[in-house]
Structure formats: C-alpha cells, structure tokens
Ligand binder design. Structure first.
Ligand code: ZN
Length: 281
C-alpha cells in the first residue's frame, strides 16, 4: 500500500472518524515538511465544516483558516531562536481553559518538539496530565528519542511510512557532493555558490544534511535508521567511520544554526560559505 503525502495517515484517519482522541500525538518521520503537513491535515479533518468521504473538504471556511494559520482554535507553536521555551507554554495553559471558539476541537500543533527545553517539557507535561476537554496536541519531530520519556509516555506515536515523505532526491544534482563534501577549499566554495543561489534549494540541502548526520550517528552505532537516504547506506557506513561522535554532533549543530540564520540573514552566499567551511569531513 502506498500513501499520498496529501492524505491523512490511516491511523489518524481512523482516530478522526471515531471521534475518540488521545490527548496528544507525536507525528514522527524523517522529513519535517511531511510531518507538518500531517498535523495540518489532521487539524482540518477534525474541524472541517463539510467532511466528505471521511476526509476534510479543504475548501470550507475552517479548512481555509487552518491552512492560513488563522483558525482561532488551531494554535501553532515551534522553536524561537532554536528552542521552545516555557513562557509560551505557560500562556497556553491559561488560554486552553477558555472555551473553544469555532470548531469542535482545540488543536495545538507543536512543531520540532525535540527543541522543548526541560522546563517547557515539564510545563507541557502538566497540561497533558490533566488534559483540557476537546483539546488535542499534535507534536512533530524527526528526533523522537530526544523527547523526554515522560512526554513520550503521554503521547500516542504516529510514524509516517517512508513513501509518505515524498522526498524527492532526483533534483539534487549535488547530492553526492553534499554528502561527501569536497576536501579542496575551492571546490567547497563552488558548492557553496550553488547551494546559496536559491533559498528553497538551500533549505532542502540543510534538511538533507540534518538527516544525513543523524543517519551517520546511527551507522556509527551499527544501527539502521529508517531514512529517506537509505539508498546511501553503504556510503554512510563508510563515511561514519571517519567521524568522531563529537564531530557529528558539531556538524548537526552547525547545520541547525545555519537553518536559524537563514530565516533572518539575507546574505545567503556568505551563510552557505560559512556552513561548508565549518563542517567537519
Ligand atoms: Zn473543510
């Protein structure tokens, strides 16, 4: 069975149809945009005004508001400056005690949940321990294991099948170069030039690098990650031996910092050059 990226995963479709929801779900997988899309689809399915054949219509006022992120009952949260801090969660706790405004469900989408600080995690736990009625939390993360055990135990896990990632590697003419990284500085500048030339491409490259260095950490432990870069497994196993764990973690940090800077910094070329000069090989 194959899944379309624009279709709700069977587990969430079943849950939505039954109307009997857990207080929280963690949507996991390797491709962040696919996780966000699932959370949005689920929110639409729950609050759609005109559900057809067990799916959200995508055209009613509620579906449109959710798409535009203006639906009053669907709250979006995520990292700010790299982490999800306690203050917004405290504010949320107060807010949730107000009655639902428009739809049947209040939905909180918490993206990149692995970025919750320990104090924010505890604030979330407090909410989940006494879940407000008709409220559901949708956490998304590519690093499920990084969530606190206590959070994991309070959420139902929804793993996206690989086919649902719709991870298009074909346009990545530079994929091999990106994964292996040229050792000569001039070649690195050349690659940086290509990466920095387009913002969308730059973002995709960063997502690939995040997945890649995470995969390498798995290979280092002789584990096989469920990854859209699975076909690069033998390359990954070879390369992972050259890295120390510290270097892999540092590379992940470098990529994450670049991702944050890309949101504000206009000089993409400089950012791409810095990235490629800082990454360990
Ligand atoms: Zn609708």
């Amino acid at each position: 069975m194959t899944f379309d990226i624009n279709t709700l995963t069977p587990l969430l479709a079943r849950v939505a149809a039954s109307g009997s929801l857990a207080p929280a779900y963690v949507i996991t997988g390797s491709h962040p945009p696919a996780l966000s899309l699932q959370a949005l689809l689920f929110a639409k399915r729950l609050n759609c005004l005109s559900v057809t054949k067990d799916a959200a219509c995508l055209t009613c006022a509620a579906c449109k508001k959710i798409e535009k992120r203006t639906h009053p009952d669907v709250k979006h949260m995520g990292p700010e400056e790299g982490t999800i801090k306690i203050e917004p969660l405290r504010a949320l706790q107060k807010e949730l005690h107000l009655k639902a405004l428009e739809g049947p469900w209040k939905i909180v989408i918490l993206e990149e949940a692995h970025e919750l600080t320990p104090s924010a995690s505890n604030a979330l736990l407090k909410i989940l321990e006494e879940p407000p009625s008709k409220t559901v939390f949708l956490l998304t993360t590519v690093f499920y294991e990084n969530l606190l055990e206590t959070i994991r135990s309070r959420c139902q896990r929804v793993s996206l099948p690989l086919s649902q990632h719709a991870f298009a590697l074909e346009p990545f003419a530079d994929l091999h170069e990106l994964l292996t990284l040229p050792t000569r500085t001039s070649e690195r500048f050349e690659l940086a030039h290509k990466i920095g030339s387009d913002e969308t491409y730059f973002k995709q490259c960063l997502e690939i690098l995040l997945i890649w260095y995470r995969d390498l950490l798995f290979y280092k432990e002789d584990l096989a990650p469920l990854s859209p870069l699975q076909e690069k497994r033998s390359l990954g196993e070879t390369i992972s031996r050259k890295f120390t764990r510290t270097h892999l973690y540092e590379n992940l940090e470098t990529v994450l910092n670049t991702k944050i800077s890309l949101q504000t910094q206009v000089n993409r070329q400089l950012l791409a050059e810095n990235l490629l000069l800082r990454l360990h090989v």
